[in-house]
Design a protein around this ligand. Sequence first.
Ligand code: MN
Length: 262
Amino acid sequence: MPLDEYRRKRDFASSPEPAGAPEAPAGAGEEHFFCVQKHLASHLHYDLRLEHHGVLLSWAVPKGPSLDSRDKRLAMQVEDHPVEYGSFEGVIPKGYGAGVVMLWDTGTWTSESPDIDAALRKGDLKFRLDGYKLKGSWALVRTRGYGDSGKPSWLLIKHRDEWSGPLDITEFAPLSVKTPGADLADILASDTPTLWLRNPPAKTGDTGKLFQRIIAAALEQRAGAEALKEGAPRPAAKRAHAARTTDPTRRTAKTKAKAPRA
Ligand code: MN
C-alpha cells in the first residue's frame, strides 16, 4: 500500500501529522484517469493506459479497441508508465517507440470489480470507461501467453451494452482528442517533418506505406505554411489548404507519385 512506509515511521498517537485516509481496497466506484494513445511506430498500435496506484498500467493493443462485443482484441501488457505520460502527444524521434504518438482518447475509468488488485492478480478486470470515444463496460482478461516484454498478454473485450455495436471506432474516429482535428501527419508537421525522410521507423508493408504517406503530407503542410509566411497570395494558399484537407485522394496521389518504385 502506498502509505505503508510513511505510516510505519510515525506514531500518530504522539504526532500531529495526518495519518492519511484509511485505504479501502482500491475498487469499484472510484474514478481514475485513462487514456488511449494511437502510436505509429514499427507497427501501428493503440496503447491503453489505466491509472492505478499512481502509475498508468499499460497495454499495447495492435488492432485497437473494438466496440463489437464479439471481438477479443489482443492487449499485450507493457511496463507501467508515469501518470504524466497520459497527456503526451508528439514525435519520438528515435530509439524505443520511435514514431508518432496521438492522444486518441482520454477520460475516466471505474472498476466494476470490487477489488482492483485482486482482479488484476486473478487476470479478470471488469471496468467502465467514460472517454470521448470509448464508453460503457469492458473487460481485460489475461491469457496464458506472454508478449515480447515478458509480461502477460490479455484480451480487451467490450461488454454488450448501449455503447457496443458494429461501428469501427478506430476508422470512425481516427483523430486526436488533444489537438482537435489533428491526424498523425499534423502531429508530425508540427514537429520535424523532415526527420524520417531517409530512415523512417518502418520501411515495408502497410506501416512503411503509412509512414511514407504521413511524411509526405507533413512536408506538404510545412511547405504551405512556409509559403504563407513568405507572403504568398493568401487566397491561393487558402484554396490549396482547403483542397488538401478536404480531398482524401490528393495525399495518396502525391505520395504514390513520389514513392520510389521497387
Ligand atoms: Mn506504444
